[in-house]
Design a protein around this ligand. Structure first.
Ligand code: FPP
Length: 251
């Protein structure tokens, strides 16, 4: 596979020659604008967004990225018209119905994260089914953020930790960053190395607030439905040329 950057050929082999990000997070943004530009209903944008997701999941599997987290539905998305919410909930079920066998075969573990109990029951059931039938897979962990909010996730962690203190299971002194991380949905996973936001927006939008403390951000004007492996290659290529100092000095 060959991609171009500033008239120079970027090959997948180029990014494979250096350490790859172990965890990539993506805000799948721009579905609505993509559809609008084409004079299509917003639902068509979300449908095309699912196709983009399929391409990227497959590609991450091919190049051995172990963790991918995608923002599928935020705690704020309930403010959208009911028709659009229904479209998104139905699309998720359709995605699972059509893709589950492939996901199982390709070693993808579907790990839904977020307040799942508040989802419509049919979506909830399918999501849990997908999680159960892929639970033994470990090639690619696909965290699907559903009814997810970063602040809500941290609030939930604080409540759970407070309960442990209240019951005497832990003392106040035992609360540290590691303990907090262990009470997040991403428990046991490395923090994202790279966060990608298509559609040109420059916001975190309440996504993985705790986990992205030192994550490299990569923003593109490409709308999510147009996002292809070549864009991911470009993002990784740039990521590999960043100087990650984690608050320290250059090595
Ligand atoms: C943001 O675009 C996108 C969403 C709110 C939904 C993302 C969901 C999918 C790609 C499909 C469902 C996911 C799975 C796991 C099958 P937007 O609608 O905010 O676009 P806009 O900013 O251009 O209006």
């Amino acid at each position: 596979m060959v991609f171009f950057k500033q008239n120079r050929k970027i090959q997948v082999e180029d990014i494979l020659a250096k350490p790859l990000p172990q965890h990539i997070a993506i805000i799948m943004d721009g579905n609505g604008r993509w559809a609008q530009k084409k004079g299509l209903p917003r639902a068509a944008g979300h449908r095309a967004g699912v196709e983009a997701l399929k391409r990227i999941v497959e590609f991450c599997g091919e190049i051995n990225i172990p963790y991918l987290t995608v923002y599928a539905f935020s705690t704020e998305n309930w403010k959208r018209p009911q028709e659009e919410i229904d479209t998104l909930m139905n699309l998720m079920v359709e995605y699972i119905q059509k893709e589950i066998n492939i996901l199982v075969k390709k070693g993808v573990r579907v790990n839904p994260i977020g307040n799942l109990e508040e989802l419509p029951s049919f979506t909830y059931e399918y999501i849990l089914k997908a999680a159960t039938s892929t639970k033994n897979n470990d090639k690619l962990i696909l965290n699907v953020a559903l009814n997810y909010g970063g602040r809500r996730e941290i609030t939930r962690a604080v409540q759970n930790i407070a309960r442990l203190v209240q019951s005497g299971e832990i003392s106040l002194k035992q609360i540290n960053e590691q303990l907090i991380a262990e009470h997040l949905y991403t428990k046991g996973q490395p923090d994202p190395d790279l966060m990608i936001r298509p559609s040109g927006e420059m916001r975190l939008s309440n996504f993985l607030l705790w986990q992205v403390a030192y994550t490299e951000l990569w923003v593109t004007d490409i709308m999510w439905p147009d996002f292809k492996p070549e864009h991911l290659v470009e993002a990784i290529y740039e990521y590999q040329r960043r100087n990650r100092r984690y608050g320290g000095l250059n090595n």
